[in-house]
Every structure is written in structure tokens, then in C-alpha cells.
Design a protein around this ligand. Structure first.
Ligand code: ADP
Length: 165
């Protein structure tokens, strides 16, 4: 059974992420979406909240598991018995960084390979930070994040605004 891991910050999960999740779940027997702790970032949603949001929008995908981890990805993959990491590649911007990460992960765990799925042209420009930016201007978000989580996202934006008043 081939298990792949799709790691990221998913703060929050976007329609671009969900597109990669669906496509990867069609290719592999099992897909583990893993929310990784990123020490350099101040997330909008806690690790548990991000896991929960992804679980809700992938509930119809029976071979998708959602998890969170503060381990190194290469160690996490080893522990979960997976030898392949899936990444989404947007035009230009992702390449350098993803290439470097793939090489480092392979150095730490030589059995680990990284496979890239090209972003859907519809979502090529989409990132979680862009969604946050758009949200702060009250823009319509239905093309950018999965509909079931829009209310959660709006609520969090409001809480943040209240705190900064
Ligand atoms: P970001 O904060 O930039 O949205 P994440 O760390 O949450 O990124 O992304 C996890 C993975 O998903 C990365 O491999 C990233 O390249 C990929 N990804 C992010 N947005 C998209 C998108 N719109 N389409 C395809 N892949 C994406």
C-alpha cells in the first residue's frame, strides 16, 4: 500500500490545497495531510484548528487522513511508513524553495522522494496569505477557500479585528 504525505501550514486550507489533496488521493492508496508547525510563522489558526478545518473539507475522501506534527518532515515520513511527499507547485514562486526542501529531506531520509503536482491554473496565484489579505478587505472568498469553512475564517478575522481595536 502506497502512503503519501502532503505537508504544509494550511493556515487556512485553500481551494488550491484541496485540489492537490483530491488529486493526490486519486493517485495513492492513502494520503496523510500533515499540518506542520512552522516556528517562523504566527498562525491565524492553531494546529488543532487547522487539522479540524481540513478534516471537515475532506470528510468525503475515505483514504485521506489528517494529522499534525512538530517533527521534521523526513522523520515524520519515516515514522508513518511513507516514502513519498507530495507538494503542489505554483508557477515560479515555489520552485527554488521546494527544490531545496526536497533535497534536504532526501539527505535526512534517503528513502524519501518528493513528487510535485502542478497547481491547477485556476489556483496558481492562490496562497493562504493572499486569502488572509483578501479577507481583511471583506472580499468574496468562495473561489478561494472551501465554502464550509468560510464562516470559521470570517469569525477569526473578526476576533482579530476586535483585539486590535
Ligand atoms: P501557503 O501558505 O503558501 O499557501 P502551505 O505551506 O500551506 O502554503 O502549502 C503547502 C503545500 O501546498 C506546498 O507544497 C505549496 O506549494 C502547496 N500549495 C499552496 N497553495 C497552492 C495552490 N494554490 N495550488 C497548488 N498547490 C499549492
Amino acid at each position: 500500500m502506497k502512503t503519501a504525505i502532503y505537508p504544509g501550514s494550511f493556515d487556512p486550507v485553500t481551494s488550491g490545497h484541496l485540489d492537490i489533496i483530491r488529486r493526490a488521493a486519486n493517485i495513492f492508496d492513502r494520503l496523510i495531510v500533515c499540518v506542520m508547525v512552522n516556528a517562523g510563522k504566527h498562525p491565524m489558526f492553531s494546529l488543532e484548528e487547522r487539522v479540524d478545518l481540513i478534516r471537515r473539507v475532506t470528510a468525503d475522501l475515505s483514504n485521506v487522513e489528517v494529522d499534525g506534527s512538530s517533527e521534521l518532515l523526513a522523520e515524520y515520513a519515516r515514522r508513518r511508513g511513507s516514502c513519498v511527499v507530495v507538494k503542489g507547485l505554483r508557477a515560479g514562486s515555489d520552485f527554488e524553495n521546494e527544490f531545496q526542501m526536497a533535497l534536504i529531506n532526501r539527505k535526512i531520509n534517503p528513502e524519501l522522494d518528493t513528487m510535485f503536482l502542478t497547481a491547477n491554473s485556476q489556483y496558481m496565484y492562490l496562497s493562504s496569505s493572499l486569502v488572509k489579505e483578501l479577507g481583511s478587505y471583506d472580499a468574496d472568498l468562495k473561489d478561494f477557500i472551501p465554502e464550509p469553512i468560510i464562516p470559521d475564517f470570517r469569525r477569526r478575522l473578526e476576533e482579530r479585528n476586535q483585539r486590535h481595536k
